[in-house]
Design a protein around this ligand. Structure first.
Ligand code: MSP
Length: 522
């Protein structure tokens, strides 16, 4: 089977990472880890978008060369992924010479087959924003607003891609491939946008006088490549596309890896960039329908319904949050409090609830009391030789068994929050099980010894199941949980084969220590 190829948007390097960037990369990492637990080979690519006007401007403002500037910001992204345990297999940095070679080869191919043409364009140009303006940018009074600064008439030659040649094909492709864009309502948005897209081609160059920080067009060095063409190509350039032709090394085997099983992007960059530009670029290069990537379009984290932005001063720093919650605590919050595809509201109250109530109070406390009781009453040893069983035990085993198929289905469909909810049913049931079986009472009655043994065994076993299901979301904490139980999965373990009976009679538990120390709230 081909490797599961999972990739994300590459982040702009004009500013340091914020919580939205972290969400997307953690989502991809959880998916990658989940696929691996099913035995699937995975290739996970992520990286940074280093060229373009925005970066050139930010670098100038910081008094640095673009190279120096992007190197500094790129380091911040890499350090954050390391801290959040985002473990990728490939790093897509668009200043990488291997990427540049492929982009130039792609441009040459498109040029050679007549898909690119040069044309002069005359229009209104915003000097401040460094972009041409269309009627869409006019205010209700018909004028270009103050935000555009000085607006001049400018005539400029540029290179265009015959995007309009591929629009009819794209419409048909979307209609015939319901799994092309997830969630489905986003595919409908694209079809609607395409209704008004007739006849427009895509300008894929910028004159070097205007933008020097980019990849030069191989057939006309007075221009550099438009940053979106450059950035979108990362999904294939770092997957080994044209590697032999351009002499690229240490990249995957493209024929094995492509197409992407999940290109994870935010809702803001589906239309037109990914759904329209990228799909038609690929089609023009000769990729057919079954060679198209699949898009997973996620929603946005907002702050009290408003967009996070530097100007509003409400940008959430994932570094600081991770220092407070731990990487696992942050990963858990980011995965449990949003429905994939929809927006969510970031709130400190919700963060604290997820951490203190669910992780510390629900799961951490369950582990702690289960191990404490086993040490107090049985010196940490599990005994199940008596064969004692009853309805309460059977009920807990049923909840454990029922969680797995739901979890597998939800996780495979990228619905991480529902996968977590399926696993959490075990936590809730196991806590109820402690309340109803009252092991501290059983411990006082010698006639209940076999029952107490069965209760302690059921708790430890149920906890192991939870830890395996939540492993992709909280890899370190779940491994620590298993270390306290004294059991780790063998290398050949596959999550779909998980069944009751991991812990043998006589198994020794290790000492408990708090997995999620409670956060004191002012
Ligand atoms: N560089 C382009 C993507 C090129 S992909 C070939 C870009 N970069 S970005 O840094 O602005 O955004 C990177 C990703 O972060 C995008 O998928 C974007 O949707 C996502 N997010 C940015 N803000 C976000 C939130 N507030 N919430 C969730 N995701 C957000 O676009």
């Amino acid at each position: 089977m081909k490797p599961y190829y999972i990739t994300t948007a590459i982040d702009y390097t004009n500013a340091p990472p914020h919580i939205g960037h972290a969400y997307e990369k953690v989502l991809a990492d959880v998916m990658a880890r989940f696929q691996r637990t099913t035995g699937r080979e995975v290739y996970f690519l992520t990286g940074v978008d280093q060229h373009g006007q925005k970066v050139q401007k930010s670098a100038a403002a910081a008094g640095l060369s673009p190279q120096e500037f992007v190197a500094g910001i790129t380091e911040k992204f890499i350090a954050l992924w390391d801290k959040l345990e985002v473990r990728y297999d490939g790093w897509a940095a668009t200043t990488d010479v291997r990427h540049k070679r492929v982009v130039q080869a792609m441009l040459t191919r498109l040029h050679d087959c007549g898909q690119l043409y040069k044309q002069a364009y005359k229009g209104h140009y915003s000097v401040r924003q460094e972009q041409f303006l269309t009627d869409k940018e006019r205010g209700p009074d018909g004028q270009f607003g103050e935000e555009w600064g000085e607006v001049i008439e400018l005539e400029e030659e540029n290179w265009y891609f015959r995007l309009s040649d591929h629009i009819e094909w794209l419409k048909t492709h979307i209609r015939e491939h319901p799994d092309f864009i997830t969630p489905t309502f986003r595919a409908t948005d694209v079809l609607n946008a395409l209704e008004n897209f007739g006849g427009q081609d895509l300008c894929i160059s910028r004159p070097v006088e205007r933008l020097s920080w980019g990849i030069p067009l191989p057939f006309d060095e007075r221009f550099v490549n438009y940053v979106w063409f450059d950035a979108l190509s990362n999904y294939v350039s770092f997957a080994g596309y044209l590697a032999d032709e351009v002499g690229n090394e240490s990249l995957p085997d493209f024929n094995r890896l492509w197409p992407a099983d999940a290109e994870i992007i935010g809702k803001d960059i589906l239309i037109p960039a990914h759904a329209i530009y990228w799909s038609t670029m690929l089609h023009a290069l000769g990729f057919d329908g079954d060679q198209m990537p699949k898009f997973l379009v996620h929603g946005w984290w907002n702050i009290r319904g408003a967009k996070m932005s530097k100007s509003l001063g409400n940008v959430i720093d994932p570094n600081a949050l991770s220092d407070t919650l731990g990487a696992d605590g942050l990963r858990y919050y980011l995965m449990r409090d949003i429905a994939t595809g929809y927006d969510a509201d970031f709130s400190e109250e919700r963060v604290l609830m997820a951490y203190n109530k669910e992780l510390a109070g629900g799961l951490g406390n369950l582990l702690n009391r289960s191990l404490n009781m086993a040490h107090k009453y049985r010196e940490g040893q599990l005994n199940c030789s008596s064969g004692y069983d009853d309805e309460e035990n059977a009920q807990l085993r049923r909840v454990v068994a029922e969680a797995l198929p739901v979890y597998l289905e939800k996780m495979a469909a990228w619905n991480i929050h529902e996968g977590i909810a399926a696993a959490w049913k075990i936590v809730t049931q196991a806590n109820q099980f402690v309340d109803s079986t009252q092991p501290f009472r059983l411990a006082k009655d010698p006639e209940q010894a076999a029952r107490l043994d069965s209760v302690l065994h059921h708790l430890a076993e149920a906890l192991l199941h939870v830890s395996l299901l939540l492993d992709p979301v909280m890899p370190t904490a779940m491994s620590k949980l298993r270390a306290q139980i004294g059991w780790q999965p063998p290398a050949t373990f596959l999550i779909q084969n998980l069944t009751w009976g991991l812990l043998p009679d006589g198994h020794r538990l290790n000492n408990p220590s708090p997995l999620f120390p409670r956060l004191e709230v002012e």
